[in-house]
Design a protein around this ligand. Structure first.
Ligand code: ADP
Ligand code: MG
Length: 137
């Protein structure tokens, strides 16, 4: 089994589709092993997206991610990282495959509903950003 870190972003909760998105994730075979409802502080969002700190969209991204509550989830499945990224679709919803979460619900490359880890190594780091190992069921 492998793990990945998902986040339902502020636009997901604003649109009140968190229930639908969670159901789609469960229907795709993922098990939720950890789940929280939180509002990110700027410091926490900056740290989470540190790899992007030189990118032109970094400050807007931090502002967006702190604009409302988010739901981080530790997910488990075989091949979790790749399978979850397939389920959510490309970063830019215009380029995302039909039926993916971002294609279905996202408004833009920034406001794209969900986060997904991009490697097993980053998944472990990102899960640790939000969860103690003792929080994982
Ligand atoms: P992903 O979330 O698909 O792994 P990235 O790691 O490249 O994508 O980017 C992190 C997040 O930053 C994206 O999900 C999106 O919210 C935002 N983002 C990425 N690229 C852009 C961009 N060109 N303009 C604005 N926001 C962006
Ligand atoms: Mg990424």
């Amino acid at each position: 089994m492998n793990r990945t870190l998902a986040i339902l972003k502020p636009d997901c909760l604003e649109k009140k589709i968190q229930g639908k998105v969670i159901q789609q994730i469960i229907d795709a075979g993922f098990t939720i092993k950890g789940m929280r409802l939180i509002k990110l502080t700027p410091e926490s969002a900056q740290k989470f997206y540190e790899v992007h700190k030189e990118r032109p969209f970094y400050s807007a991204l931090v502002e967006y991610m702190t604009s409302g509550p988010v739901i981080p989830m530790a997910l488990e499945k075989e091949n979790a990282v790749a399978d979850y990224r397939k389920l959510i679709g490309a970063t830019n919803p215009e380029k995302a495959d039909e039926g993916t979460i971002r294609k279905l619900y996202a408004d833009s490359i920034e406001r794209n509903i969900v986060h997904g880890s991009d490697s097993d190594e980053n998944a472990a780091k990102e899960i640790a950003h939000f969860f103690n190992e003792s929080d994982i069921v």
